[in-house]
Design a protein around this ligand. Structure first.
Ligand code: COA
Length: 378
């Protein structure tokens, strides 16, 4: 087996493999292929393939340098995606070799992160490679269109080419300080604005903008598929109200909004007496990479929570009110991301702390949504 960046002639067979390994027929559609193969975020330098002795492509993995927010601090990460091996070559070490080769491309990031496929064995696969599951909550609320208040009649229009920087500023101002939000590239926005076909979802997300005095003050990402959703709603309340009422008029009955009660725009949705259709919390898988960088960022986050961080290469130690908690670095990242797993992890012996101090630690590792924007899946 050989692992390398794809040559030009290997990029199409790699997408055939993605289609076969994931049972994803979209990966064979010419329009989807054209979009994926010209995406600067999916370049040869950030993609890895495994080939067998005959040069056949038998494994694939895409990577991206990014960052996720934790209490307003950016944690540098490498994201992995579309990790797969050929269905008839599984359990021969291809997947593991690809993940380790990808990790070696990013020696300087604090952590490696990915959204695993739903199957249990996929989670087992990553756990054998030292990844741990951090909890991730996605809010989804259904509102009756008739219950949405009419706001000021601001102009609502489709986002325009070249507006990536404006939309990204609204996104970062709105979501950037919230646990789990990730940095997006200009290419990501350009593709969403252009409404390019998606590799992973049979949907057509559109980005709408609300304007006041010629300035974009809020945006929404909406789809007309899948029960009509407002997947993302960010910006000033007057603009967001205009966007919600625009969608209510467009869809006379009911629609869903991806939001959670910690969102600054939650009151706009709450007045509609929405029904909670949120799925069970899912997971994101993480693994510590550069321990020094991880310690730097987590140390700042914990200082903001009145705790201090120490430890050595293997073990992180957190001190608060003269008490100490110890675990490995990957475990600590999961706890900071969403502390609702604390009791479970203490019970499993993965986190060492005296059990009668659990209340102290729960106040530091708060149970709270580490919300991932649903649109990050696009
Ligand atoms: C997940 C996937 C990439 C694993 O690839 P692979 O080449 O079979 O993985 P490896 O051979 O390197 O497996 C490494 C270890 O992971 C664990 N593992 C992998 N597949 C497993 C399975 N089906 N059941 C239980 N454990 C498994 C085993 O511990 C394995 O070591 P072992 O074979 O010595 O016991 C592959 O099954 C796949 O392509 N699945 C479909 C696409 C997908 O869902 N990808 C994940 C996207 S996040």
């Amino acid at each position: 087996m050989d692992i390398h960046h794809p040559s030009l002639s290997e990029r199409e067979p790699a997408l055939d493999l993605v289609a076969d390994a994931f049972g994803n027929p979209r990966a064979r559609r010419p329009a989807v292929r054209a979009a994926v193969l010209t995406d600067p975020d999916y370049s040869a330098e950030t993609t890895l393939l495994a080939t067998d002795d005959d040069g056949e492509v038998v494994g694939h993995l895409a990577t991206k340098r990014s960052a996720i927010a934790l209490d307003g601090e950016w944690l540098s990460v490498a994201r992995l995606g579309s990790v797969c091996s050929a269905p008839n070559r599984r359990r021969r070490g291809i997947g593991a070799a690809l993940v380790e080769a990808a990790a070696a491309l990013y020696p300087d990031v604090a952590a490696i992160i990915l959204n695993p496929a739903a199957e249990e064995y996929v989670r087992v696969f990553y756990e054998t490679l030292g990844f741990r599951a951090a909890r991730r909550t996605i809010g989804c609320w259904q509102v009756l269109a008739a219950a949405v208040p009419l706001g000021e009649p601001l102009l609502v229009r489709a986002a325009r080419a070249g507006e990536a920087a404006v939309l990204d500023r609204l996104y970062v101002d709105h979501y950037g300080q919230r646990n789990g939000s990730k940095q997006r590239t200009a290419a990501w926005w350009d593709r969403r604005i252009a409404g390019e076909p998606l590799l992973w979802a049979e949907m057509t997300p559109r980005t709408l903008v609300a304007e006041r005095d010629g300035q974009a003050v809020a945006y929404a990402v909406v789809t007309d598929d899948d029960d009509h959703r407002v997947w993302e709603l960010a910006g000033a309340p007057d603009g967001a109200t205009a966007l919600l009422s625009h969608e209510a008029v467009r869809h006379g009955d009911r629609f869903t909004v991806a939001i959670d009660p910690h969102d600054p725009l939650w009151p706009l949705v709450a007045v509609c007496a929405p029904a909670d259709l949120s799925p069970e919390p899912g997971i994101v898988m993480v693994r510590a990479q550069d321990q020094g960088r991880l310690a730097d960022t987590l140390g700042r986050v914990l200082a903001g929570r009145s705790a201090s961080l120490g430890g050595d290469h293997r073990t992180a130690t957190v001190t608060a009110e003269g008490r100490t908690l110890a675990c490995d670095w990957t475990e600590l990242l999961c706890l900071v991301y969403d502390g609702s797993v604390l009791a479970e992890r203490m019970e499993a012996g993965a986190v060492q702390a005296e059990s009668n101090h659990q209340a102290l630690w729960q106040a530091i590792f708060r149970a709270r949504p580490a919300t991932r924007r649903m649109t990050d899946a696009f």
